[in-house]
Design a binder for this molecule. Structure first.
Ligand SMILES: C[S@@+](CC[C@H](N)C(=O)[O-])C[C@H]1O[C@@H](n2cnc3c(N)ncnc32)[C@H](O)[C@@H]1O
Length: 276
């Protein structure tokens, strides 16, 4: 399988899911349109570690249908969103226009972002929540992040923890590590009819390819790309129901293990600054 095959398989899957995601209560698109103060639960969770983004130039990599991108614009950032799925970007543009925000949404593969958007153009890169797992090589991604940032610019990444991606979510009564923790050349091949939000839509594009990247691999890739780590916090909650049957809702609209949630991290927040 060539590298373009994984891109076309994954793109077809995201294109098909984007309208269903935009229509699902989980993404709360209606709230964005009816309440000008509303920001996504993901960005609300981020606020204590995000700091002030007002007046900054930000890029949201793998922005999907734009709910977090619009949320960052509502916090005062001048935002650009990038994604390779035209159907996701159509939803994102519709949302931004309805919500009254001038956001540029650009269709491109993450690895092409510096050549498409321009080098050293942004004060911050925002990404995560199911983004890195679609990229085969974390070192190439870290290089992209560093190239997009101005000297002194920073990365904000909140992502599913690699130990969470290594668990078999189909086992509903205990934690079973069954998938790679470390990055491997070969993709994990999934064939799944559904998606991670409530929907009645029956999808036709069910096969996707993904990769895991260990936390040490992510941090080392960023250091080697010229970034300096400033924050690394692990969390016991995750924004989607990652382990069905074993989780309960938190006050922050996240999901946490019911039984001894201190056993393992489910997500992490990482900040890194591009060295001047
Ligand atoms: C789970 S979503 C990102 C989640 C986002 N935080 C959200 O919930 O709105 C993953 C996104 O990555 C995009 N994507 C996957 N692989 C990509 C690639 N190689 N280049 C650009 N975008 C990609 C998909 O189109 C999808 O919109």
């Amino acid at each position: 399988m060539s590298s373009s095959d994984y891109l076309s398989l994954n793109r077809s899957s995201w294109d098909e899911r984007a309208p269903a995601h935009a229509a699902s209560p989980g993404y709360a698109v209606e709230r964005f349109l009816s309440d000008p103060e509303f920001i996504s639960a993901v960005v609300r969770f981020d606020l204590p570690l995000l700091g002030d983004v007002a007046g900054l130039d930000g890029v949201h990599l793998q922005c999907h249908i734009g709910t977090d991108t619009v949320s960052l614009a509502r916090l005062g950032a001048r935002m650009t969103g990038l994604d390779f799925s035209p159907a996701s970007l159509a939803e994102a543009r519709r949302l931004a226009a309805g919500a009254g925000h001038a956001i540029e949404f650009v269709e491109a593969v993450v690895y092409d972002a510096p050549s498409v958007l321009g080098r050293e153009r942004f004060d911050f890169v925002f990404t995560g929540i199911g983004a890195l797992c679609w990229l085969p090589k974390v070192r190439q991604w870290a290089q992209v992040v560093a190239e997009l940032l101005r000297p002194g610019g920073w990365l904000f990444l909140r992502e599913g923890h690699p130990i969470l991606w290594a668990l078999d979510e189909r086992v509903g009564d205990r934690l079973v590590v069954d998938f790679p923790y470390f990055e491997r050349e070969k993709p994990l091949v999934w064939d799944e009819a559904g998606t991670y939000v409530e929907t009645d839509v029956a999808f036709e594009h069910t096969v996707t390819h993904s990769w895991n990247h260990g936390l040490g691999e992510i941090v080392t890739a960023l250091l080697d790309a010229g970034m300096q780590l400033t924050t690394l916090v692990e969390h016991d909650s995750v924004p989607w129901e990652a382990l069905p049957g074993q989780m309960e809702r938190t006050d922050e609209k996240e999901w946490r293990l019911v039984d001894r949630p201190w056993r393992l991290p489910l997500t992490y927040t990482l900040r890194a600054i591009k060295r001047a």
